[in-house]
Design a protein around this ligand. Structure first.
Ligand code: XMP
Length: 194
């Protein structure tokens, strides 16, 4: 059920809502059509980068199911050293995939493409398992922040250089559960014990 934005108690921590639940759903539907068209008839493995992609990934897989696309599912856990609102540079593999990729078409899924370090690290890593191909899919793209040259093959929305939360994206592991995307208000952050 869609909640009206006026009744959201967490709203006090946000400057504004960037994409509503309905806008996310609509755009996801369009993107799923494109992906289903490109992967039809191919043996597909969809790999999510945790934790940020969990909601986007799950909604995407359900939409692909409607289009009769049934990929193998796997996840990798990556971490980058540094604080919660900046990416520091070094990416570390904390959990690898277990699905054999040889002869398969891979779709790598992440929440946001920012400097590009995480996605290029993951793409390079997966390409060493000899798949037929690796394409990338991100929920959000911040092209102005790019440090590593990489473009996503599929993306839902392009955004400016804003720190956003919701739909899997977090501030200190909070707000991942929101079905919409909001811009956090750095002057009024929530209390946290984390
Ligand atoms: P890179 O810089 O490697 O970053 O492309 C990808 C990772 O950085 C995090 N990130 C964000 N997380 N709101 C977030 O909650 C943001 O606006 C944001 N920008 C970057 C995120 O973990 C992503 O996977």
């Amino acid at each position: 059920m869609l909640r009206r934005s006026a009744s959201l108690p967490e709203k006090k921590y946000f400057k504004r809502i960037l994409f509503t639940e309905l806008e996310v759903k609509r755009r996801m539907g369009e993107m799923a059509v494109e992906i289903a068209r490109d992967y039809r008839g191919k043996e597909m493995v969809i790999v999510g980068i945790l934790k940020g992609s969990f909601m986007f990934f799950s909604d995407l897989v359900k939409l692909l199911y409607i289009h009769d696309i049934h990929p193998y599912i796997d996840f990798m856990i990556l971490s980058s050293y540094g604080s919660s609102t900046t990416s520091s540079g070094k990416v570390k593999l904390d959990r690898d995939i277990t699905t054999p990729l040889e002869g398969k078409w891979v779709l790598l899924v992440d929440d946001i493409l920012d400097t590009g370090r995480t996605l290029s690290f993951a793409k390079f890593h997966l390409s060493r398992f000899n798949p037929m191909g690796v394409k990338t899919c991100v929920f959000l793209d911040k092209p102005s922040r790019r440090v590593v040259k990489i473009k996503a093959d599929y993306r839902c929305f392009e955004i400016e250089d804003l720190f956003v939360v919701g739909y899997g994206l977090d501030w200190n592991n909070l707000f991942r559960d929101l079905p919409y995307v909001a811009v956090i208000d750095e002057k009024n952050l929530p209390p946290t014990n984390l």
